[in-house]
Write a protein that binds this ligand. Structure first.
Ligand code: COA
Length: 205
Protein backbone atom coordinates (compact mmCIF):
# COMPACT_ATOMS: atom_id res chain seq x y z
CA UNK A 1 0.00 0.00 0.00
CA UNK A 2 1.05 3.57 -0.45
CA UNK A 3 3.02 4.69 2.56
CA UNK A 4 2.32 8.09 4.04
CA UNK A 5 4.82 10.64 2.75
CA UNK A 6 4.96 14.28 3.71
CA UNK A 7 1.82 15.10 5.67
CA UNK A 8 0.13 18.41 5.12
CA UNK A 9 -1.18 19.79 8.37
CA UNK A 10 -3.63 22.58 8.80
CA UNK A 11 -4.16 24.76 11.83
CA UNK A 12 -7.67 24.44 13.26
CA UNK A 13 -10.37 25.73 10.96
CA UNK A 14 -14.02 26.25 11.81
CA UNK A 15 -14.82 24.41 14.99
CA UNK A 16 -11.20 24.49 16.10
CA UNK A 17 -10.34 21.02 14.78
CA UNK A 18 -6.90 20.24 13.43
CA UNK A 19 -6.78 18.53 10.03
CA UNK A 20 -4.19 16.14 8.59
CA UNK A 21 -3.82 15.40 4.87
CA UNK A 22 -2.15 12.10 4.05
CA UNK A 23 -2.07 9.43 1.31
CA UNK A 24 -5.18 7.25 1.16
CA UNK A 25 -4.86 3.72 2.57
CA UNK A 26 -6.91 0.64 1.72
CA UNK A 27 -8.57 0.88 5.13
CA UNK A 28 -10.03 4.27 4.10
CA UNK A 29 -12.09 2.67 1.31
CA UNK A 30 -15.44 2.72 3.15
CA UNK A 31 -15.05 6.34 4.24
CA UNK A 32 -13.99 7.39 0.74
CA UNK A 33 -16.95 5.52 -0.80
CA UNK A 34 -19.25 7.38 1.60
CA UNK A 35 -17.86 10.74 0.53
CA UNK A 36 -17.96 9.88 -3.18
CA UNK A 37 -21.58 8.83 -2.91
CA UNK A 38 -22.41 12.27 -1.58
CA UNK A 39 -20.66 13.74 -4.63
CA UNK A 40 -22.50 11.27 -6.88
CA UNK A 41 -25.84 12.41 -5.42
CA UNK A 42 -24.96 15.96 -6.34
CA UNK A 43 -23.96 14.90 -9.87
CA UNK A 44 -27.14 12.76 -10.15
CA UNK A 45 -25.07 9.63 -10.81
CA UNK A 46 -27.24 6.55 -11.23
CA UNK A 47 -25.15 3.99 -9.32
CA UNK A 48 -23.51 4.10 -5.89
CA UNK A 49 -19.75 3.80 -5.40
CA UNK A 50 -19.17 0.68 -3.31
CA UNK A 51 -16.38 0.12 -0.83
CA UNK A 52 -15.27 -2.83 -2.97
CA UNK A 53 -14.99 -0.56 -6.00
CA UNK A 54 -12.84 1.92 -4.07
CA UNK A 55 -10.63 -0.92 -2.83
CA UNK A 56 -10.18 -2.17 -6.41
CA UNK A 57 -9.36 1.35 -7.52
CA UNK A 58 -6.83 1.88 -4.70
CA UNK A 59 -5.16 -1.46 -5.50
CA UNK A 60 -4.93 -0.41 -9.14
CA UNK A 61 -3.30 2.88 -8.07
CA UNK A 62 -0.91 0.97 -5.84
CA UNK A 63 0.39 -0.85 -8.93
CA UNK A 64 0.82 2.45 -10.79
CA UNK A 65 2.23 4.88 -8.23
CA UNK A 66 3.96 6.75 -11.05
CA UNK A 67 0.49 7.70 -12.35
CA UNK A 68 -1.86 8.03 -9.38
CA UNK A 69 -2.07 9.75 -6.03
CA UNK A 70 -4.96 9.75 -3.57
CA UNK A 71 -5.17 11.84 -0.43
CA UNK A 72 -7.59 11.96 2.45
CA UNK A 73 -8.07 14.77 4.94
CA UNK A 74 -8.91 13.59 8.42
CA UNK A 75 -9.61 15.13 11.77
CA UNK A 76 -10.38 14.05 15.31
CA UNK A 77 -13.75 12.35 15.50
CA UNK A 78 -15.01 14.40 18.44
CA UNK A 79 -14.18 17.53 20.39
CA UNK A 80 -12.75 15.45 23.25
CA UNK A 81 -10.47 13.53 20.92
CA UNK A 82 -9.46 16.77 19.28
CA UNK A 83 -8.21 17.79 22.71
CA UNK A 84 -5.97 14.72 22.67
CA UNK A 85 -4.69 15.69 19.23
CA UNK A 86 -3.77 19.14 20.40
CA UNK A 87 -2.43 18.10 23.74
CA UNK A 88 0.03 15.43 22.71
CA UNK A 89 2.99 17.78 22.72
CA UNK A 90 4.17 16.89 19.21
CA UNK A 91 2.17 19.46 17.31
CA UNK A 92 3.77 22.50 18.82
CA UNK A 93 0.67 23.24 20.90
CA UNK A 94 -0.91 25.17 18.06
CA UNK A 95 -3.75 22.82 17.24
CA UNK A 96 -1.85 20.92 14.56
CA UNK A 97 -2.08 17.14 14.67
CA UNK A 98 1.18 15.63 15.84
CA UNK A 99 2.66 12.60 14.09
CA UNK A 100 1.54 10.81 10.94
CA UNK A 101 -1.46 8.46 10.76
CA UNK A 102 0.91 5.68 11.71
CA UNK A 103 2.74 7.54 14.45
CA UNK A 104 2.46 6.37 18.04
CA UNK A 105 0.69 9.55 19.12
CA UNK A 106 -1.81 9.59 16.27
CA UNK A 107 -2.61 5.94 16.89
CA UNK A 108 -4.30 6.92 20.16
CA UNK A 109 -6.61 9.37 18.41
CA UNK A 110 -9.79 8.27 16.66
CA UNK A 111 -9.73 10.12 13.35
CA UNK A 112 -12.47 10.54 10.81
CA UNK A 113 -12.06 11.09 7.06
CA UNK A 114 -13.61 14.40 5.97
CA UNK A 115 -12.13 14.92 2.51
CA UNK A 116 -10.73 13.06 -0.48
CA UNK A 117 -8.76 13.99 -3.59
CA UNK A 118 -7.63 11.73 -6.41
CA UNK A 119 -5.29 12.78 -9.19
CA UNK A 120 -3.52 11.25 -12.16
CA UNK A 121 -0.20 12.26 -13.70
CA UNK A 122 0.31 12.01 -17.45
CA UNK A 123 2.55 13.29 -20.22
CA UNK A 124 1.71 14.73 -23.62
CA UNK A 125 4.07 15.68 -26.46
CA UNK A 126 3.74 19.31 -25.39
CA UNK A 127 3.94 18.66 -21.67
CA UNK A 128 6.85 16.30 -21.51
CA UNK A 129 7.38 16.99 -17.83
CA UNK A 130 3.81 16.01 -17.18
CA UNK A 131 0.40 17.24 -16.12
CA UNK A 132 -1.42 16.55 -12.88
CA UNK A 133 -5.17 16.07 -13.42
CA UNK A 134 -7.47 16.17 -10.40
CA UNK A 135 -10.18 13.54 -10.90
CA UNK A 136 -12.22 13.78 -7.74
CA UNK A 137 -12.32 16.25 -4.88
CA UNK A 138 -14.86 16.26 -2.11
CA UNK A 139 -15.04 17.66 1.39
CA UNK A 140 -17.73 16.56 3.82
CA UNK A 141 -20.59 19.08 3.64
CA UNK A 142 -20.31 19.83 7.39
CA UNK A 143 -16.61 20.67 7.09
CA UNK A 144 -16.58 22.99 4.10
CA UNK A 145 -15.25 26.53 4.20
CA UNK A 146 -12.47 25.67 6.67
CA UNK A 147 -9.58 25.27 4.24
CA UNK A 148 -9.78 21.48 3.84
CA UNK A 149 -10.32 21.56 0.05
CA UNK A 150 -7.45 24.02 -0.33
CA UNK A 151 -5.17 21.78 1.78
CA UNK A 152 -5.97 18.77 -0.42
CA UNK A 153 -5.30 20.72 -3.62
CA UNK A 154 -2.08 22.19 -2.20
CA UNK A 155 -0.90 18.69 -1.30
CA UNK A 156 -1.53 17.50 -4.88
CA UNK A 157 0.22 20.60 -6.24
CA UNK A 158 3.23 20.02 -4.01
CA UNK A 159 3.46 16.41 -5.19
CA UNK A 160 3.14 17.49 -8.85
CA UNK A 161 5.96 20.00 -8.34
CA UNK A 162 8.04 17.39 -6.53
CA UNK A 163 7.64 15.16 -9.60
CA UNK A 164 8.72 18.03 -11.86
CA UNK A 165 5.32 18.42 -13.57
CA UNK A 166 4.45 21.40 -15.76
CA UNK A 167 0.92 22.06 -14.59
CA UNK A 168 -2.19 20.98 -12.70
CA UNK A 169 -5.71 20.90 -14.13
CA UNK A 170 -9.23 19.86 -13.25
CA UNK A 171 -12.59 19.45 -14.96
CA UNK A 172 -15.88 20.27 -13.23
CA UNK A 173 -19.46 20.00 -14.34
CA UNK A 174 -20.44 23.16 -16.19
CA UNK A 175 -23.25 23.71 -13.70
CA UNK A 176 -21.00 23.29 -10.64
CA UNK A 177 -20.33 27.00 -10.23
CA UNK A 178 -19.42 26.59 -6.56
CA UNK A 179 -16.54 24.27 -7.45
CA UNK A 180 -15.43 26.63 -10.21
CA UNK A 181 -15.34 29.53 -7.74
CA UNK A 182 -13.41 27.34 -5.31
CA UNK A 183 -10.81 26.39 -7.94
CA UNK A 184 -10.39 30.02 -8.94
CA UNK A 185 -9.81 30.93 -5.29
CA UNK A 186 -7.05 28.34 -5.06
CA UNK A 187 -5.25 29.57 -8.17
CA UNK A 188 -6.81 27.87 -11.22
CA UNK A 189 -7.98 29.83 -14.26
CA UNK A 190 -10.29 28.94 -17.15
CA UNK A 191 -7.63 28.70 -19.83
CA UNK A 192 -9.10 25.44 -21.19
CA UNK A 193 -12.57 23.98 -21.64
CA UNK A 194 -13.03 20.25 -21.08
CA UNK A 195 -15.51 18.57 -23.47
CA UNK A 196 -16.73 15.05 -22.84
CA UNK A 197 -18.83 12.28 -24.36
CA UNK A 198 -20.51 9.69 -22.14
CA UNK A 199 -20.51 6.36 -24.03
CA UNK A 200 -23.01 4.72 -21.67
CA UNK A 201 -25.55 7.53 -22.01
CA UNK A 202 -25.26 7.34 -25.81
CA UNK A 203 -25.88 3.59 -25.76
CA UNK A 204 -29.08 3.91 -23.73
CA UNK A 205 -32.22 3.22 -25.84
C1 COA B 1 -15.41 22.40 -3.71
C2 COA B 1 -15.05 21.91 -2.30
C3 COA B 1 -14.09 20.72 -2.43
C4 COA B 1 -14.34 23.05 -1.55
O1 COA B 1 -13.86 22.56 -0.31
P1 COA B 1 -13.76 23.49 0.98
O2 COA B 1 -13.01 22.76 2.02
O3 COA B 1 -15.10 24.00 1.35
O4 COA B 1 -12.89 24.71 0.42
P2 COA B 1 -11.91 25.66 1.26
O5 COA B 1 -12.51 25.92 2.59
O6 COA B 1 -10.55 25.06 1.25
O7 COA B 1 -11.94 26.97 0.39
C5 COA B 1 -10.77 27.53 -0.25
C6 COA B 1 -11.15 28.87 -0.82
O8 COA B 1 -12.22 28.70 -1.78
C7 COA B 1 -13.33 29.49 -1.40
N1 COA B 1 -14.55 28.74 -1.67
C8 COA B 1 -14.86 27.48 -1.29
N2 COA B 1 -16.09 27.13 -1.71
C9 COA B 1 -16.55 28.22 -2.37
C10 COA B 1 -17.78 28.51 -3.03
N3 COA B 1 -18.76 27.61 -3.08
N4 COA B 1 -17.93 29.73 -3.60
C11 COA B 1 -16.94 30.65 -3.54
N5 COA B 1 -15.74 30.42 -2.91
C12 COA B 1 -15.57 29.24 -2.35
C13 COA B 1 -13.19 29.69 0.09
O9 COA B 1 -13.87 30.86 0.51
C14 COA B 1 -11.70 29.81 0.23
O10 COA B 1 -11.26 31.10 -0.13
P3 COA B 1 -10.18 31.90 0.76
O11 COA B 1 -9.18 30.88 1.22
O12 COA B 1 -9.62 32.88 -0.17
O13 COA B 1 -10.97 32.43 1.88
C15 COA B 1 -16.31 21.50 -1.50
O14 COA B 1 -17.23 22.55 -1.52
C16 COA B 1 -17.00 20.24 -2.03
O15 COA B 1 -16.67 19.13 -1.63
N6 COA B 1 -17.98 20.42 -2.91
C17 COA B 1 -18.77 19.30 -3.46
C18 COA B 1 -17.95 18.42 -4.36
C19 COA B 1 -17.45 19.15 -5.57
O16 COA B 1 -18.13 19.94 -6.20
N7 COA B 1 -16.16 18.86 -5.91
C20 COA B 1 -15.49 19.42 -7.05
C21 COA B 1 -15.74 18.54 -8.23
S1 COA B 1 -14.20 18.27 -9.10
Amino acid sequence: MVEPSADHRLPPGQGGRAVLVRPTLLEDAAAVAGLLNKLAEKAHADHPVTTARVETYLRHCESHTDMYVNYVAETAASADEDGIARGDGTGGGDGILGGSRHGADAAAIRLTVIGFLSAVFYETPFHDKGTCLINELIVDADRRGAGVGRALVETAKAEARRRGMDEIEVGTEKTNLAAQRFYQRVGFDEEFVLLSQDFHKQEEP
